[in-house]
Design a protein around this ligand. Structure first.
Ligand SMILES: Nc1ncnc2c1ncn2[C@@H]1O[C@H](COP(=O)(O)OP(=O)(O)OP(=O)(O)O)[C@@H](O)[C@H]1O
Length: 508
């Protein structure tokens, strides 16, 4: 018969605190739980926007939560040492409190390790704080056979904590903004790393995520590559307890390839590798990304919508069979890593137009992330423009003049572009806008004049007999007349070149 280790007073709080471990930290439910645990001691936090600020804003509540957890754990530990049998519910809650506390106690050490990796330095002398971590965890867990971890479990949780910390930092490091749209994007990235069910993830899924392809879609300049990096660099990497180090350096396990910039042969050579003499210039055998990336690496296929049919077929085969051949070689080699892909094209549209294989598309889209346009990001939040401009201004002008450039830029944008501006180039355009303001004191937003004039022109010619497609076509023709090319039209309309041409030439 199990005996209680938490007192009746402590038990409800212990359960709530333990549940925090499984929350997506970018979801409101996490803050609700914190609020419930801390009651009147909860400090309402500001919306946070970037890595440094996030830590500062979270610290006061986090400190209190850790204190609270420890105040429940110590008496529970003392009881645990005395009881014969403990209930499963209490065992799990106790174990989760241990995770919560130990993870946060070692956070700074993980941060150092992450910093090293991002700077391309090796893990300093192996990862020596593993032993400190293990002793601390054993202090809580080894008092009873039911809670004691095996050496494998000790290594596993050490690696899971590391992954959690990387994911948290990577998501903040790369994505700036406090709007709902950006918060939702962060939450979605977190799910891509851990799924929506952390319990399942830590039980078994951490080892099975390679097979899931992540497809990132969204307009140009909205941070698709940033998202890919955040997911790719936050993958589970096991810790080798014997060797005292992680299996790979996460910072070196991300392999980006822009498919629109390379010829099909080069793409194949980069991805699949080649044998000496496979083509002119193949002077020796070479491993491709699919081989090099290994089990914990990620190959990122940017601009997947631009790939020609032959590459689509080959990639489909790799995803289906998890095997590939080097160029000029017949030996089949296994692919064991993860694939991510991104495009600003509307792939269902491309499929309808015969430019993209449907079977390939369905192999790509098990996990989809859509990056919001800048217009969407700004629409939901009053001060988001300032937040983003400040980030850019500090990057461009540095700490001494960041503030003044941010102020000047926000004032100029508000006065000259206003809220109606579409920002067709999205975040990338905003970056250029701030740079222009730094250099010239102004920014020429070509899109604005084009769209106003064109809208007038389209209206003039339109009568009630036009279909929506004909109206769209007229608009596209006006944009084409001004821009002078299908590329420019495609940019302004935010569609791909082929679609732009279809509208200009006339649909239906
Ligand atoms: N939320 C964001 N926070 C910080 N920087 C951002 C954000 N979104 C975009 N950026 C910046 O905008 C620029 C473009 O981002 P990125 O190259 O990732 O866009 P993309 O969607 O991949 O574009 P494309 O489709 O043209 O390849 C980069 O300088 C990136 O740092």
């Amino acid at each position: 018969m199990p005996q209680k280790i938490f007192s009746r007073d402590h038990w409800p709080l212990a359960q709530k605190l333990a549940d925090i471990v499984y929350c997506n930290p970018f979801e409101e439910s996490r803050w609700e739980l914190e609020r419930e645990c801390l009651g009147k001691d909860y400090q309402e936090r500001e919306r946070y926007v970037g890595p440094g600020e996030a830590e500062e804003l979270l610290a006061p509540n986090l400190k209190r939560l850790i204190g609270l957890a420890l105040s429940l754990m110590e008496p529970a530990r003392a009881r645990l040492a005395k009881v014969q049998e403990v209930s499963e519910a209490e065992r799990v809650a106790y174990e989760n409190l241990v995770h919560f506390v130990v993870y946060h106690e070692f956070m700074e050490k993980y941060d150092k390790l992450i910093e090293y990796s991002l700077e391309g330095k090796p893990q300093p002398g192996g990862v020596s704080f593993f032993y400190e971590y293990r002793d601390r965890q054993r202090y809580f867990l080894s008092v009873h056979a039911a809670t004691r971890f095996s050496p494998e479990q000790e290594g596993l949780y050490f690696a899971l904590y590391y992954q959690l910390r990387r994911a948290w930092l990577n998501i903040y490091r790369y994505l700036v903004g406090g709007s709902e749209a950006i918060s939702a994007l962060r939450s979605r990235i977190w799910s891509s790393c851990f799924t929506h069910d952390m319990r399942r993830y830590q039980r078994s899924l951490y080892n099975r995520m390679s097979d899931i392809v992540t497809l990132i879609t969204g307009p140009s300049g909205t941070g698709k590559e940033l998202v890919a990096r955040a997911v790719g660099m936050s993958r589970f990497v096991p810790f080798d307890v014997q060797a005292g180090r992680f299996a790979v350096d996460f910072g070196a396990a991300f392999y980006p390839l822009n498919l629109s910039a390379l010829s099909p042969t080069l793409i194949e050579s980069e991805l699949f590798g080649h044998r000496k003499g496979a083509f002119t210039g193949a002077l020796q055998d070479r491993e491709g990304y699919l081989e090099e990336c290994g089990r914990f690496g990620t190959v990122f296929l940017d601009e997947i919508g631009e790939t020609d049919a032959s590459i689509q077929v080959k990639l489909l085969r790799v995803l289906q069979t998890r095997q590939f051949q080097r160029l000029g070689d017949t030996a089949l080699r296994p692919f064991v890593g993860k694939v991510m892909a991104a495009t600003n094209r509307d792939l269902p549209d491309e499929i309808a137009g015969g430019n993209f294989r449907e079977d390939f598309y369905f192999r790509l889209c098990a996990d989809r992330i859509r990056t919001p346009s800048l217009k969407e990001v700004l629409a939901g939040s009053g001060d988001e423009l300032e937040v983003l401009v400040r980030h850019i201004a500090f990057k461009v002008a540095g700490p001494i003049d960041g503030d003044s450039l941010a102020e000047e830029s926000v004032a100029w944008i508000s006065k000259n572009l206003g809220q109606a501006y579409r920002w067709p180039g999205n975040f990338r355009e905003l970056e250029q806008c701030v740079r222009n303001i730094l250099i010239h004191g102004s920014y020429e937003a070509e899109d604005l004049s084009v769209s106003r004039d064109d809208a007038e022109r389209v209206k003039e010619g339109a009568d009630n007999s036009l279909t929506a497609n004909q109206l769209l076509s007229r608009y596209a023709q006006e944009v084409y007349r001004r821009g002078g090319s299908y590329e420019e039209t495609a940019r302004v309309l935010q569609v791909d070149r082929r679609t732009a041409k279809r509208y200009v030439v006339g649909v239906d």
